[in-house]
Every structure is written in C-alpha cells, then in structure tokens.
Design a protein around this ligand. Structure first.
Ligand code: PLP
Length: 446
C-alpha cells in the first residue's frame, strides 16, 4: 500500500483534473462529476490519494466480489502475462482456456457446458442474442423494461431502463415487456399475473418470430427485484412451450452475489444461455462469458459461428477468472454470501423499524437495496423515476464524507459489499447509513 503512495506521480487534485480534461466519464455530463482519486484498495476498503479510507459498500460496480487486492489473483495474472500474454484466439488455444472452459462447465447450472469468452457483459449479451437468432432462425428478442444489459448498440436496445432513450433507435426486433414490479406506489404482481402478461405479449408479437427472452434473474441496478416464487419457472415453461430461448443475464448476479453461484439456482431453472462478467474475475481484469446449453451449442457443430473477437479467451482474463473461482471455493465465499445475507436482512429490518423514510427493503445474499420514500402510506418515492432529489444527494454526500461508498439509484440505496465482508465491517457500513437516513426522515410527509 505504501508502495502505491511512493510510486504516485500526481497529486489528488492533478489526478482529478487531468482525468476530467482528457477522459470521458460514463452516463454523466462531464462538468457534473467529482470523481474520487483512488490510490489503492485492500479487502472491503479502498483509499484515496489523501489516504482517506472508504468502505466499499457497492463492490465498485457490484463486481469486486472477492474484495480488493487478493494476492492469489494478482499472482495468477502476473504469472500468465509473463508466460504468455496473448494468442490469436481462432488459430491457437491455451492451457488456461482449456482449464477455465472445463471449470465453468462444472459450475454452470444444468447442462450448460460450452463458453464463448468476451471482454465484458455487454459483449456477452450481444453474442447471446446473435447465438439465439442463429439457432432459432427467428429475429425478435423480448426483454423487460426494468433492466440493464449493457451499453453497446444491441445491449442498450435490450436495456429497458431510461439509459436506452438517448441511444434510440437501436437494433431492430427488440420488444419490451412489463415487470412484476411497478415501483413503490403500486403492489407487485404475483407470478401468475406477470406470466399472464408475458404470455399475452408473446401471443401478440407472434411466438414463431421470437428468438429469445433475456432477463436478469434478480434485477440489479433497477432495484434488486427478486422474482416471486414460480416466476422464473413459469418463464422457463413459456419459453419451452413457444420454442423461445431463455437467456439469463447473470452479469451482476453470477458468482455468489445472491448467495448461490448463479441466481437461477435459487429457483432450479436452467436457461438456454447464461451471460457473465463482473464477478467472473471480480473485475481484476475485464472478462465476460456466454455459457451455452449443449442443445444450443450443438447447432454450431455444423454451422459457422458468425462472430469473433480479438480478445476472445484472452489468457490474462482467463487466468484471473480461474484464480478468482479458486478464491470463491477456498474461502467459501458463495456460502458466506448466503450467511451474511441473513445479517444484512437484519440490518435492513432494523433500519426500516427506526426510519420512516425506509419504505421497503430487499436482499438476497449480499445483493440488497432500500427504497427511500416520502410517505409510507402512498409509497411516494424520495426521488422520482429517473431522477435524484436534494435529499438523496445529501444522503450520498453524508455517507461518502463518513467513509462509506454507497451506490444510489433514484430513490434506492444499494447495499452490495464484497462477499468477504465480516459482520463487524457490515455493521460499520449500516451504522453510517443509520445516521444518513435521518436526512431523508426529515423529508417524510406521512
Ligand atoms: C445485468 C447486467 N448486464 C450487463 C451489464 C453490462 O456489462 P458491462 O458493463 O461489462 O458491459 C451490466 C453492467 O452493469 C449488468 O448489470
């Protein structure tokens, strides 16, 4: 850690200034941001250039699942770069590709046993829909409104949330369907209601025109939406009935975030295609993956796979993934996420009991969220759909000033720490949130 301090060549202010002047930041007007100049990170903490410590309550982008600075992954990455940094992925293969392919086949749900490697989640989803269209010979893709699937042109078209709006028109053939969740002012649908609406959309669109339905099994940035029991099984059944491939986007939920290797495991559902990234390498190195069921993969035995990437199966990414998976296994992090999820639920319940502005809370494993409201009776959110509010902004500033990095989305406070977090560290984060919620409590009207 001290090494990072000794090696630095810029002050904190210079780092921020040059980054803003010479690089673009995501999803924001560039004058509206003040990024934290991070120097190093270890475990559940990261440190800025002034050595201020922050508890990472969002695992950065819900992705550093094993925690920061794990020497086992760092060493594996360094060793791979020294031995072999890169090969042509079409004409050559590597030991690490063979080993990770085999390892993932054993971890994926059901008979998913073949992988196409990409650089991240959006590319994984692009290739999943390419595969679904090729295999079914159909064009349309169904996706849900409250979803995020990435920012490349296909993936942002699949995305149902407002990040899509400025990117329209996107690729042809994408149809959005409503979710079981309708915000804080209306009740959630039952599984039956949601499935009836989904089937009606399928009927109206023409089942024989639909290649795939892509869903986040537990929706991530749009609010940790945990499906009612029976919903995912019902989706699987409808897909089977109409010859539609089910794509589970597990970019955020995969690799232990929900207390299981994959979120679909909670409901015993096997999708036809599964997409991963983030926790696959815990973001130490960029890597994404599309897992194919054998019944889907076999199509490409005699048909050309009409896709490719310079960085398909990049050895360094694969080495990071193999080492990261070993960390999950050695440290029991998947089971730990399930156990600590129960502790998180108790913290959520305590906050809801103490703070009138906590209108709802949800978590599955260490994938959690609080819904902040102005009025519990009406469910009026503390920030409107696709907006922030002064109270939410103040809450964010307070948590940051008090050394906890929390991700806010509209009226929602996300609680997604690394899976290695201890009870004491979790309590530390919730203690700061407890004080921060006094801010939103003051705006409660009923
Ligand atoms: C569910 C889901 N799918 C896809 C993506 C896109 O992944 P990437 O940013 O690696 O392209 C994300 C990113 O947050 C995600 O949460």
């Amino acid at each position: 850690m001290t090494d990072a301090r000794e090696r630095r060549v810029l002050s904190a202010a210079q780092t921020v200034e040059l980054s803003k002047r010479f690089t673009l930041f995501d999803w924001v007007a560039q004058t509206k941001i003040s990024p934290i100049p991070v120097l190093y990170a270890k475990g559940v903490y990261f440190y800025d250039s002034d050595d201020k410590r922050y508890l990472d309550f969002n695992s950065q982008l819900m992705s550093v699942n094993i925690g920061h600075g794990d020497a086992r992954v760092v060493d594996a990455v360094c060793k791979q770069i020294r031995d072999l940094a890169y090969v042509n992925s079409a004409a050559m293969t590597t030991e690490v590709r063979a080993l990770l392919g085999e390892k993932l086949a054993g971890l994926y749900p059901g008979d998913i046993d073949k992988t196409f490697f990409t650089l991240g989640g959006a590319e994984a989803n692009e290739n999943a829909i390419r595969i679904a269209r090729a295999v079914t010979g159909r064009n349309k893709i169904l996706a849900r409104y409250r979803s995020y699937h990435g920012a490349t042109s296909g993936a942002i078209t699949l995305t149902g949330d407002p990040r899509r709006w400025a990117n329209e028109p996107g690729i042809p053939g994408v149809v959005h369907v409503l979710d079981f969740y309708h915000g804080t002012t209306r009740p959630m649908d039952s599984a039956d209601q949601a499935l009836t609406a989904l089937e009606e959309t399928i009927q109206l669109e023409g089942p024989s025109t639909i290649a795939a339905f892509i869903i986040e099994p537990v929706t991530g940035t749009n609010g940790i939406l945990i499906p009612p029991d029976g919903y995912l099984q019902g989706v699987r059944e409808l897909c089977d009935r109409y010859g539609i491939l089910m794509i589970a986007d597990e970019v955020m939920t995969g690799f232990g975030r929900t207390g299981a290797w994959f979120a679909v495991n909670h409901w015993g559902v096997v999708p036809d295609l599964i997409t991963c990234a983030k926790g696959l390498t815990s973001s130490y190195v960029p890597l994404g993956a599309v897992g194919l069921r054998s019944s889907v993969a076999e199509y490409f035995n005699d048909h050309v796979f009409a896709g490719g990437l310079t960085y398909n199966s990049h050895p360094v990414g694969l080495a990071a993934a193999l080492a990261t998976i070993r960390v999950y296994e050695e440290d029991g992090l998947i089971e730990r996420s399930a156990e600590m999820g129960k502790v998180m639920m108790r913290h959520h319940e305590e906050l809801a009991a103490r703070h009138p502005s906590v209108g709802a809370h949800r978590n599955i494993g260490l994938f959690g969220c609080l819904e902040i409201v102005r009025n519990r009776a009406t469910g009026e959110p503390m920030a409107e759909f696709n907006a922030s509010s002064p109270e939410m902004a103040e809450l964010a500033s307070f948590t940051l000033a008090n050394g906890v990095f929390v991700n806010l989305h509209w009226n929602q406070v996300m609680t997604n720490p690394p899976l290695c977090i201890t009870e004491a560290e979790l309590a530390e984060g919730f203690e700061v949130l407890d004080r921060a919620l006094d801010i939103t409590d003051r705006a409660v009207t009923g």
